[in-house]
Design a protein around this ligand. Sequence first.
Ligand SMILES: [Zn+2]
Length: 166
Amino acid sequence: MSGRTPLSAAERFWSHVVQGPTPTDCWIWTGAVGDDGYGRFWLPQPDGGQRAMRPQRWLYEHLTGTALTPSTLLLHACDVPLCVHVDADLSVSHLAPGTHRGNMLERVQRGRHRNASTALRTISFPRSERVRLSRELREAFRDHGWDGDAVRACKTGITATTPTLW
Ligand SMILES: [Zn+2]
């Protein structure tokens, strides 16, 4: 292994992503998950330290060449916090920059991507529940690859024993 070029940020990024088989599927982040239920992508810094970013924000900036300001949110249309399916075309992308969720959803809904139309809002689950679901999903995908049922379970939060929390 000595003498090999270290993996680039992009190579490391994609090594942590499991993509669904169709163009409208989620792309699930299987790297680190923070205590808010969202992914963390660690990036080496010039000073030798590391900085954590949400992976979807990193991919957005990587694909578009546009830096997101701290006040610009990157919002999930699919309601899967670990999804990093970013595309410059908003009719395909599961994520869009914005400051208001309603505006973004309206734009995305005009597109063809509506496989999330029946999704309940995992994102609005209590934080502890969202973290638990995200970590379960991360581990399932990391260990077993793509699992459409797991995505649906995450979106709906279903199991027969899940208490209704709202
Ligand atoms: Zn998604």
